[in-house]
Design a protein around this ligand. Structure first.
Ligand code: GAR
Length: 210
């Protein structure tokens, strides 16, 4: 089983979904550590209650991004992960850090990328009037929310939706999609090659599989 560290900043519901999937012995990855850049992240408590190593590496108190990432790298090294999953990790990473984990770090984003990178994705989807919204698991590259796409799930935008109701619908899809995306990477069925995602089985690249 591949060793996975999950980076969070808050609630940690996607982290919980990954923990749930990884509690199945047949799942190809185990969660060896959950690390937050905020000490007060609710997800840290959830992880430790499940018996998973939960570590706060607060960004506050570090002189700059590099100094915080040095502390982060130290915490990671202690758990020797093969893969990093960003799960609501709301801090930008430096190009150096990203390069170090290229092809081995994935993120979940609450929109159908390349639509709506960045923040406030649900309100922006409503403002744009799209009828289909969703979520994306992708490899992390230097450019925020632009890395090669591994898996996506679509949800409808319904009449009467506000940002909250839409976020709730997307989040349910995220909780199913992230374990699937991690599974594809942990098994090597999806890997990053020349700036694209290469799938060993064409069926894994098909949206109908989701
Ligand atoms: C999720 O919706 C995730 O997609 C999003 O933050 C939420 C975290 O929730 N991530 C981003 O916006 C990344 N820029 P969670 O802590 O309950 O998993």
């Amino acid at each position: 089983r591949k060793r996975v560290a999950v980076l969070i900043s808050g609630r940690g519901s996607n982290m919980e979904a990954l923990l749930g999937a990884a509690s199945e012995p047949s799942f190809p990855a185990e969660i060896v550590a959950v690390i937050s850049n905020r000490e007060d992240a609710a997800g840290l408590g959830l992880a430790s209650r499940r018996g998973v190593e939960a570590i706060a590496v607060p960004h506050r108190g570090h002189a700059d991004r590099q100094a915080h990432e040095a502390a982060l790298s130290e915490a990671l090294a202690a758990h020797a992960p093969d893969i990093i999953c960003l799960a609501g990790y709301m801090r930008l990473l430096t190009p150096d850090f990203v390069a170090q984990w290229q092809g081995r770090m994935i993120n979940i984003h609450p929109s159908l990328l390349p639509a709506f990178p960045g923040l406030d994705t649900h309100q922006r989807a409503l403002d744009a009037g799209v009828r289909i919204h969703g979520c994306t698991v992708h490899f992390v590259t230097e450019k925020t929310d632009e890395g090669p796409i591994i898996a996506q799930a679509a949800v409808p935008v319904l009449a009467g939706d506000d940002a909250n109701s839409l976020a709730t619908r997307v989040l349910l899809a995220e909780h199913k999609l992230y374990p699937l995306g991690l599974e594809l990477v942990a098994t090597g069925k999806a890997r990053m090659s020349e700036g694209r995602t290469a799938f060993s089985d064409p069926a894994d690249a098909s949206a109908e599989q989701r």
